[in-house]
Design a protein around this ligand. Structure first.
Ligand code: OAD
Length: 247
């Protein structure tokens, strides 16, 4: 199957990659779902909603500080680095990630659309103004926005919140136009991100899914690769680079 995918990809010009928590699993960042998933240990509605933040901002900040500490200790894995290399092999390339861990950027990827924000930014919960004073927030003494006095929160998208309209619009535009779309390490359950791969396929792109388990997307993909992204992606990129060199 790898050689078939390489054959197709080496004739493509415009690649879109969508990543989810699975790409960072081999770095040691827990995924959201599955046995060891974060949402299994914590109730999402207690932590990742505006209602939760209004009801208990200290608890929400304690959780985000814990996640920041965890993410601060981890490093990109071969899957992230392979995507960085992939970017160089196409005329047009866009990486759309649902992850807030910053590992793609750390690995060197350049054209990234962070759909769900970044755990390394804060903003005002009332007026959305970025808050750059101090990244670390004391959960017992949460600072206020200088403009409106609102409470400072992490700059990530919570359940029930809209995505940045410009970012999601660009993600849809790129997905509509690409000729190859890779969906990597995402359960393909959370929309609108989960709509991007099927939409790309409807518009004629070849769709490849790399995931340890089947997802709702698996029955529509052209190729399902049931391997760890940190193992498959470097092999894929190595073969594509070989093709490129022999052109
Ligand atoms: P999930 O935790 O829902 O799914 C992770 C997927 O990665 C699963 O399908 C696993 O099978 C797969 N996986 C795990 N390890 C892998 C590996 N080494 N290689 C390949 N695949 C692997 O994470 P997301 O799909 O990213 O949203 O979740 C989407 C959104 O749900 C998150 O961005 C978050 C959450 O609610 C917000 O916080 C807004």
């Amino acid at each position: 199957m790898l050689s078939e995918i390489v054959d197709i990809m080496s004739n493509c010009r415009h690649c879109v990659v969508l990543t989810g928590a699975g790409i960072s699993a081999e770095s040691g960042v827990p995924t959201f779902r599955g046995q060891d998933g974060l949402w299994g240990k914590f109730r999402a509605e207690e932590l990742a909603t505006m209602e939760a933040f209004v009801a208990n901002p200290t608890l929400v900040w304690e959780w985000y500080n814990w996640r920041r500490e965890l993410m601060g200790k981890v490093e990109p894995n071969p899957g992230h680095y392979a995507i960085t290399q992939l970017e160089k092999l196409f005329d047009r390339f866009t990486l759309v990630t649902q992850n807030v861990d910053g590992l793609h950027r750390l690995a060197g990827s350049e054209r990234i659309l962070e759909l769900h924000g970044s755990i390394y930014r804060n903003k005002c919960a009332s007026c959305n103004q970025p808050f750059a004073d101090d990244l670390h927030i004391d959960p017992d003494s949460i600072p206020s926005c200088a403009s409106c006095g609102g409470r400072i929160r992490p700059d990530v998208v919570w359940f029930g919140e809209m995505l940045d309209p410009e970012i999601i619009r660009t993600a849809f535009e790129e997905s509509e136009r690409c000729d190859i779309f890779l969906s990597i390490g995402t359960s393909a359950l959370v929309h609108p991100a989960a709509s991007l791969p099927a939409m790309a396929k409807r518009r004629g792109a070849t769709l490849v899914e790399i995931n340890l388990e089947q997802t709702p997307l698996s029955h529509v993909v052209d190729y399902f690769v049931g391997e760890k992204s940190g193992e498959f992606m470097p092999r894929l990129v190595e073969q594509l680079q070989g093709r490129e060199a022999s052109k």
